[in-house]
Design a protein around this ligand. Structure first.
Ligand code: PMP
Length: 360
């Protein structure tokens, strides 16, 4: 296999822009005339520090993050945030609300339950997580509400931010930096980097300062957000290579024309595939309700199970990678994150049409 003939639809870790990988390759052995790679130098030195701060600045600029928000680079993936959030923000006698839209929401509430009281603000579980809820039942005295902006496994995505009068925390792991958002609607945003931002190993957190100020202080040092704020995310050794790559991916987003442009591309890419599903008269069926469809993860089934297996096998032979649905739900899933080219989505749409013509 080679890169040119491989269509990478992996759900995460996933495709990175080729030009970013090429630049990293060029810079690998001798980063900015330092005589070594970025991975081989101190995280306390000037060279790395500049890379670190530039990545934070790029996050701020692209998302229009106001100065009353902190931008942090953490470790432990989005999964550690499932725990850190209640550990920092859910105290004895308080309760947190969770919007249940899929497996990742379930994992998030499970961790919060170990720390304190929780309840479901809304849930679409009874509808097999095919849609995003539109009504939210926020109880008085709620400490925060947690949502998953894009549901990687079921292929649904919030189209608008819920209008909720308590601090809103969003897991944006699978749609961060895929479109412009109004950061000020959130008390906190977090995401693992490995889909839209770079390699795995970095977790981004954007947190409003007044919300941060309400955090508990009795947690172990590395599990307190305050520690990372105080130390500009350099309290302990950060994943330096991952942060460098994240900065390069953000630079690439700027070169694409910013988040508006990237969003337009994402809409076009997803439409290529959804149009085939919609025009297939039931040969392909989408999992998500139309108004809740994700632009990032396109989930669908093929008419019958034997044919679905054949579809996945033939697709793999044709160079399409990562089209199997998540092991917990089966079916097919095409993840079309920022770095997946339009040409790859066009190729998949063409392949789906050709497969249908042969087997319908
Ligand atoms: N939340 C969402 C929406 C995800 O898609 C994922 C991973 N695919 C996670 C959380 C877990 O992320 P991590 O593996 O970084 O812990």
């Amino acid at each position: 296999m080679n890169r040119e003939t491989t269509y990478n639809f992996n759900a995460g870790p996933s495709a990175l822009p080729t030009v970013v990988l090429e630049r990293a390759q060029q810079q690998l052995l001798n980063f900015e005339e330092s005589g070594m790679s970025i991975m081989e130098m101190s995280h306390r030195g000037k060279v790395y520090e500049a890379v670190h701060n530039a990545a934070i600045e790029r996050m701020r600029k692209l998302y229009n993050i106001p100065s009353d928000y902190e931008v942090l680079f953490l470790q432990g993936g989005a999964s550690l945030q499932f725990s850190m959030i209640p550990m920092n923000f859910l105290a004895e006698g308080e309760k947190a609300g969770y919007i249940m839209t899929g497996s990742w929401s379930e994992k998030a509430i499970k961790e919060a339950k170990m720390v304190g009281a929780t309840y479901e603000v809304a849930s679409t579980k009874d509808n097999h997580y095919k849609n995003i809820p539109t009504t939210f039942n926020v109880e008085e005295g709620t400490r925060y509400v947690h949502m998953t902006s894009n549901n990687t496994i079921f292929g649904t995505q919030f189209k608008t931010t819920p209008d909720i009068n308590v601090p809103l925390i969003a897991d944006m792991s699978s749609d961060i930096m895929s479109k412009p958002i109004d950061v000020t609607k959130f008390a906190m945003i977090y995401a693992g980097a490995q889909k839209n931002l770079g390699p795995s190993g970095v977790t981004v957190a954007i947190i409003r300062k007044d919300f941060l100020a309400t955090a508990k202080t009795e947690n172990p040092t590395v599990l307190q957000y305050a520690t990372h704020v105080k130390n500009n995310s350099l309290y302990h050794t950060p994943p330096t290579f991952g942060i460098y790559m994240l900065g390069e991916v953000l630079k690439w987003i700027e070169e694409q024309g910013g988040l508006e442009a990237v969003n337009q591309q994402n809409e076009m890419k997803a439409a290529l595939i959804y149009d085939v599903i919609d025009g297939s008269e039931g040969f392909y069926t989408g999992h998500a309700d139309k108004d809740s469809r994700s632009l990032m993860n396109i989930t669908f089934r093929v008419a019958d199970e034997a044919l679905e297996q054949q579809f996945l096998t033939e697709a793999a032979e044709a160079g399409f990678v990562g089209l199997n649905g998540h092991r917990s739900v089966g079916g097919c899933r095409a993840s079309a994150y920022n770095a997946v080219p339009v040409a790859a989505c066009q190729a998949l749409a063409d392949f789906m049409k050709a497969f249908m013509a042969k087997h319908k």
